[in-house]
Design a protein. Structure first.
Lengths: 299, 434
C-alpha cells in the first residue's frame, strides 16, 4: 500500500503541496488531479524520491521510499523522458538495468511488450525516428518493463489515437488485476472516469476534493436532466430550480441547482406530448473539476 | 547502488567510444599525427622537395675569383650552417647562364673587376631567393674579396690559412643566470610546448564539452527524472565525471600511441642519407642532456602528470556543475565561456612564459588553480619553478576539487531537476547554503 501522510513541500517561501494525505491499495487506480501548477508533479517527484518532503512521510508497503524501493516503482512522466539518440533496445537496457533488471530479463520483457503493442520491428530503431504515438508506447513499456508494484502514469494517453488508447487501457486494467498500485493523472476527465474508483483534486497544493468517484458525484446536488419531448425552452425556464437550458440536437439539457427539483420538472414533462426521454444524470467529473478549480484557476 | 555506479560509468564510456564520430576522429588524428611527424617524406612523395639544390653559376670575369669563391662558400657554410644544398659551377657566358635560370634555385653570379681592381658582383635570380642563401653568397663574396687582396700582398699559404680560418667566439654572460643551460631550456621549451601544452589544452576543451553535452542531453530529454529516481544525484554525477576523465585519459594515451606510430614509421626509414634527421635528434638529445632535465625527468613526469590529472578532474567537476544548471546546450555554451577563457589565458601564458623571465607575476600565476597545470610544465622546464612548487599547486588544486565536490554537489542535486532559468544563480547560491 502507498501511504502519503501529511506531506507538505516548500520551495523557499512557496508552499507547493500543503498537508497532502492519501492511501492507495494494491489493485487500485487512484486519480490525482489538478490544474497546471497544482502540485501534482511535486507530489510525483516526492513519491519517486526525487524530492524530500518538507514535512510528512511517504511509504510503500510500510517502507520509507529510498533507492531500493524505487526499483519497484514505474514512472511515466508527462513530458517524454526518452534518450532520443538511443535505439529502443539500448534505452530499455539502460532504464531496465537502472531498475536492477538482468539483461536477458530486459530483452525477454521488451520483446513481449513490443509484440503486445504491435511494434516488434522497432527493437533496433532509434527513438528519434519513431512517431509520437510509438514514442509514447516505448515510454509506457519503459515504465512497466520491470513489473512495478507502484505505477505512476502522468498523462499516459498523450499523442495516442483511439485504438492505441484502448490498447493502453487494456494493459492498465490487467496491471490493476495483478495488484499493481496505480496513480493516474490526466487533464482528460473522461479518461479518469474510466479507471479511477478513488481520486483527489489538488488546487494550489491543497486538497479540495477527495474520495470515491461515485460518492463525489452523488454528493453534488446539482443535476442535469436530458429531455426529448414537445416542450419549449421558454416553458422550461419558468419552472422552479432551472438554472441553465441548452439545446443539443433533438435533446434539451436542463441544469438544476438541486436534485429535489427533478420531481416537479418530471411532472411537468409527463404532461407534454411525444415524451421519449427524461433522464436525471449526475455532473461529469469534467464539470465538477471545472466548477471547483475553474474559479481559482487564475489565482 | 555500487553496481549501478559502475553500470553508469561503463554505459557512459561505451556510449562515447561506440560512436562513428569517435572512430572517425581517431582515424583522422592517427593520419594527421603520422603525417605531421613525417611531413617531409610526405611532401617528397607528392613531388615536393625540402632539399632543393641551389645551382650557383659563376661567371668570373676576373679569371681568378671562381676557385677562391668555390672554396670560401664551403667554409662559410660550415660557419653559418644554413643547411642548404648547393653546387657551384663555372659558366663562361652571361647569356648562357640567364637561359639556365628557370627556377628560384638557379642563381647566376657575375664577378667583375673595375679599373681600380675593385670587385663588383651582379646576382641574377629567377625571383626572390632564400635569405639564408643570399647571406651565404654575400659573406662568401666578401670573404673571397679579402682573400684575393691577401693573395696580391704575397702572404704565405700558412699565414693565409690562419687569416681565413673561422674565429671561435668564446661567450661570456654578464647576467649570471643567462647561461648556455638556459638557452638549451628555451630550445627544449619550443619543442615541449606543442607536445604537452597544446594537447592538454585540447583535452580540457574536450572534457568540458563532453560532460556538458551528456548531462544536457539527459536533462533536456527529461530522462534525468527517470535516472535520478533510480540512482542518487551523487552517484550520477561521479559516474559522469569518472567516465569522462577515463575517456579523456584514454584519448590522451591514444594520441601518445599515434605519435609513437608516427615516430616508428619515421625511424624505420632512417638511413645515412637522412643525416639531417640524425643531426636534429642528436641536437635535441644533447640539449636535453645539457639542460639537466634527464637527471630530473623521473621526478618531473609523475608530478606534472598528477597535477594535470587533478586539474582535468577539477575542470570536469566544474563543467558538470555548470551543465546541471542549464536546460539546454545553448545555455551551457554561454555558461562555460569563463572556463574556456581561463584555459585559453593559461595556454597563451604558457606559450609566452619565457617572456616573463621568471617574474613574480608568472610564479604566482603558476599556483592559480586551473591555470597551474597549463603553465607549470613550461615553467618547470625553464627552471622558473621547481618540483616543490608543482607539489604546492597540486595541493591547492586538491583543495579546490574538495570545495567543488562539497558545494558543487549541492548545486548539482538542485540543478539537474530544475528546468527554469529564472533566478538561476539565486537558486544555486541557496542550494549551496543548504
Amino acid at each position: 500500500m502507498l501511504k502519503v501522510k501529511n506531506v507538505t513541500k516548500f520551495y523557499g517561501e512557496n508552499k507547493a503541496v500543503d498537508n497532502l494525505s492519501f492511501e492507495v491499495k494494491e489493485g487500485e487506480i487512484f486519480g490525482l488531479l489538478g490544474a497546471n501548477g497544482a502540485g501534482k508533479t511535486t507530489t510525483f517527484r516526492m513519491i519517486m524520491n526525487l524530492l524530500e518532503p518538507s514535512k510528512g512521510e511517504i511509504t510503500l508497503n510500510n517502507k520509507k521510499i529510498d533507492y531500493d524501493v524505487t526499483d519497484s516503482i514505474g514512472f511515466l512522466t508527462e513530458e517524454r523522458s526518452l534518450l532520443l539518440k538511443l535505439t529502443v533496445k539500448e534505452l530499455m537496457l539502460y532504464y531496465g538495468t537502472l531498475k536492477s533488471m538482468k539483461k536477458d530479463e530486459i530483452i525477454t520483457e521488451l520483446r513481449k511488450w513490443l509484440k503486445r503493442f504491435k511494434i516488434e520491428d522497432y527493437e533496433n530503431r532509434k527513438i528519434k525516428e519513431l512517431s509520437k504515438g510509438n514514442k509514447q508506447k516505448i515510454q509506457f513499456i519503459s515504465s512497466i518493463i520491470h513489473k512495478p508494484k507502484l505505477l505512476i502514469l502522468d498523462e499516459p494517453f498523450s499523442g495516442l489515437d483511439p485504438i492505441n488508447v484502448d490498447m493502453f487501457i487494456d494493459v492498465i486494467n490487467e496491471l490493476k488485476e495483478k495488484g499493481t498500485i496505480i496513480i493516474f493523472s490526466s487533464h482528460q476527465m473522461n479518461h479518469v472516469e474510466l479507471f479511477c474508483e478513488k481520486l483527489l483534486i489538488l488546487d494550489h497544493g491543497k486538497t479540495i476534493i477527495e474520495g470515491n468517484l461515485k460518492d463525489i458525484k452523488s454528493n453534488y446536488d446539482e443535476r442535469k436532466i436530458l429531455i426529448k419531448a414537445d416542450v419549449t425552452k421558454a416553458e422550461l425556464s419558468k419552472l422552479d430550480g432551472v438554472k441553465e437550458i441548452t439545446i443539443k440536437g433533438d435533446e434539451i439539457e436542463v441544469k438544476i441547482d438541486d436534485k429535489k427539483y427533478a420531481k416537479n420538472i418530471f411532472e411537468y414533462i409527463s404532461k407534454c406530448k411525444n415524451v421519449t426521454k427524461f433522464e436525471v444524470v449526475e455532473l461529469s467529473l469534467h464539470e465538477i473539476f471545472t466548477k471547483e478549480v475553474g474559479g481559482n484557476y487564475e489565482k | 547502488m555500487k553496481n549501478k555506479f559502475w553500470f553508469l560509468v561503463k554505459n557512459s564510456l561505451s556510449k562515447k567510444i561506440k560512436t562513428k564520430t569517435f572512430v572517425i576522429v581517431n582515424i583522422l588524428l592517427l593520419i594527421a599525427l603520422v603525417s605531421i611527424i613525417n611531413i617531409d617524406r610526405l611532401v617528397l612523395f607528392f613531388g615536393g622537395n625540402f632539399d632543393k639544390e641551389n645551382n650557383i653559376m659563376v661567371i668570373d670575369n676576373t679569371n681568378n675569383t671562381y676557385e677562391i669563391f668555390k672554396n670560401v662558400i664551403d667554409s662559410e657554410e660550415t660557419i653559418i650552417d644554413t643547411g642548404l644544398k648547393y653546387k657551384v659551377t663555372k659558366v663562361d657566358d652571361e647569356e648562357k647562364a640567364k637561359k639556365k635560370i628557370k627556377k628560384d634555385e638557379d642563381i647566376a653570379i657575375i664577378i667583375n673587376e673595375d679599373e681600380n681592381n675593385v670587385i663588383s658582383v651582379k646576382m641574377i635570380t629567377y625571383g626572390y631567393i632564400n635569405s639564408n642563401m643570399y647571406q651565404l653568397i654575400n659573406s662568401s663574396i666578401n670573404a673571397s674579396k679579402g682573400i684575393l687582396a691577401i693573395e696580391k700582398l704575397n702572404i704565405s699559404e700558412e699565414d693565409l690559412q690562419k687569416i681565413s680560418s673561422p674565429i671561435a667566439i668564446k661567450r661570456e654572460y654578464i647576467q649570471k643566470d643567462k647561461n648556455e643551460k638556459e638557452e638549451n631550456m628555451e630550445y627544449i621549451m619550443g619543442i615541449v610546448t606543442p607536445i604537452i601544452i597544446l594537447p592538454f589544452f585540447m583535452l580540457i576543451l574536450l572534457i568540458v564539452q563532453m560532460i556538458g553535452a551528456e548531462i544536457n542531453e539527459e536533462k533536456s530529454t527529461r530522462s534525468m527524472e527517470i535516472i535520478i529516481s533510480n540512482v542518487s544525484a551523487k552517484v550520477h554525477f561521479f559516474s559522469k565525471i569518472l567516465a569522462s576523465n577515463l575517456f579523456v585519459l584514454m584519448q590522451a594515451l591514444l594520441l601518445f600511441i599515434y605519435s609513437g606510430i608516427g615516430i616508428l614509421i619515421r625511424g624505420g626509414g632512417m638511413n645515412v642519407g637522412n643525416i639531417n634527421n640524425v643531426e636534429s635528434i642528436s641536437k635535441i638529445t644533447s640539449s636535453i642532456d645539457a639542460s639537466g632535465i634527464l637527471n630530473n625527468i623521473t621526478s618531473y613526469i609523475p608530478v606534472v602528470l598528477l597535477l594535470m590529472i587533478v586539474t582535468l578532474f577539477g575542470y570536469s567537476l566544474l563543467a558538470g556543475i555548470l551543465a546541471s544548471m542549464t536546460t539546454n546546450m545553448e545555455d551551457f555554451q554561454q555558461l562555460q565561456t569563463p572556463i574556456m577563457v581561463i584555459s585559453l589565458v593559461g595556454f597563451y601564458l604558457a606559450l609566452m612564459s619565457s617572456m616573463f623571465e621568471g617574474s613574480l607575476f608568472i610564479r604566482i600565476l603558476s599556483y592559480v588553480p586551473f591555470l597551474s597545470a597549463i603553465l607549470s610544465p613550461s615553467l618547470l622546464l625553464t627552471g622558473v619553478i621547481e618540483i616543490k612548487d608543482i607539489i604546492l599547486s597540486i595541493l591547492i588544486m586538491l583543495v579546490v576539487v574538495y570545495l567543488l565536490i562539497k558545494y558543487g554537489l549541492k548545486i548539482y542535486k538542485e540543478g539537474i531537476l530544475n528546468y527554469s532559468s529564472s533566478k538561476l544563480w539565486k537558486k544555486m547560491l541557496k542550494a549551496m547554503k543548504n
